[in-house]
Design a protein. Structure first.
Length: 244
């Protein structure tokens, strides 16, 4: 069975080709990293997976089923959850109410939604903050709340978009532990991240893109040592200086 695959994904905005013929596959139980410099097409790829943007061409397969053309909420109900790079919790609601609202993707009663929310808040170490207003949380707490909201939809595949951006080194370590814990609970993960410590520590495999095109795929070590990846991040002069 194909658990999840992006096939020849292309997305253009007028004359701008944001994603150009990108293909990759995520295996069940895997943490799969998607990396690239700013503007390389990573978040656009996520937005195409969730159908926030219609594909220009290509296909998205989830559990042997094409999800191309589906509504965003239908994709969530199938089992693909996601977080957003810019977190926007329901600021005037409590942490608990934020997660409860997400749980209605799966359940129909307020009691069931509350039960799911409390379970997720325990899992993400946010239970002690449950009665606080979401807007009062520091950035680390809001990032964790974003993950909790996505987990309340009961995903089989979780898309994480720059979960560690803006976090302190200690919070990055905590994020690494949480992401591993999510994977160990049976949720597969596709993650975009700029913090190399995080992506190299947790990913089973990594796919690198630049200017909307694939430049490398492999284990963290293989991708980190790929000259095209080094050049994309550090520049051609650096690569020449290193003798690559």
């Amino acid at each position: 069975m194909t658990f999840f695959a992006v096939k020849n994904l292309t997305k253009s905005f007028g004359g701008l080709l944001a994603v150009n013929n990108v293909s990759f596959q995520v295996n069940e139980g895997e943490i799969f990293g998607l990396i690239g410099p700013n503007g390389s097409g990573k978040t656009t790829t996520f937005n195409c997976i969730n159908q926030f943007f219609p594909l220009t061409s290509g296909d998205i397969i989830f559990q042997d089923q094409s999800i191309k053309g589906m509504k965003t909420h239908q994709i969530c109900q199938l089992g693909i959850g996601r977080t957003f790079q810019v977190v926007k919790p329901l600021g005037r609601l409590s942490v608990l109410d934020n997660v409860t609202a997400s749980a209605f993707c799966r359940v129909n009663s307020i009691k069931e939604a509350r039960d799911v929310a409390e379970e997720v808040l325990e899992f993400t170490n946010l239970y002690g903050e449950k009665d606080k207003l979401a807007k009062s949380l520091p950035i680390g707490g809001r990032k964790r709340l974003e993950i909790a909201r996505a987990l309340a939809t009961r995903p089989k595949l979780l898309l994480l978009d720059e979960t560690a951006a803006g976090l302190t080194p200690t919070e990055v370590d905590e994020a690494i532990e949480l992401i591993k814990k999510i994977r160990d609970s049976g949720v597969s993960i596709l993650i975009i991240e700029h913090i190399m410590k995080l992506i190299m520590t947790i990913s089973d495999r990594i796919h690198a893109i630049n200017f909307g095109q694939t430049i490398a795929e492999g284990t963290p070590a293989e991708v980190a040592n790929n000259p095209a990846v080094i050049e994309a991040y550090l520049g051609e002069e650096y690569v020449k200086g290193q003798g690559h």
